[in-house]
Ligand binder design. Structure first.
Ligand SMILES: [Zn+2]
Length: 65
């Protein structure tokens, strides 16, 4: 008995825009702790101005003279 391979029964591989490729994101070291921080969506508009990985680092950097 031959069985035909019918396409369309199941969904084909769903291709979404996001592939989870972290390497495509820019990153730079925190100016305070030096820890590498990876681009976040929240920084999309201010990435060039972002110097610290967190609010805490920003405060500590300010506090330390
Ligand atoms: Zn930091």
């Amino acid at each position: 008995m031959e069985r035909k391979l019918a396409g369309g029964g199941k969904r084909s591989t769903a291709v979404s825009g996001f592939r989870g490729n972290k390497q495509g994101l820019p990153s730079k070291p925190c100016a305070h702790c030096g820890r590498e921080m990876t681009w976040r969506k929240a920084w999309a508009k201010t990435w060039s101005e972002v110097k610290f990985c967190s609010e805490r680092c920003r405060r500590e950097a300010k506090a330390a003279r």
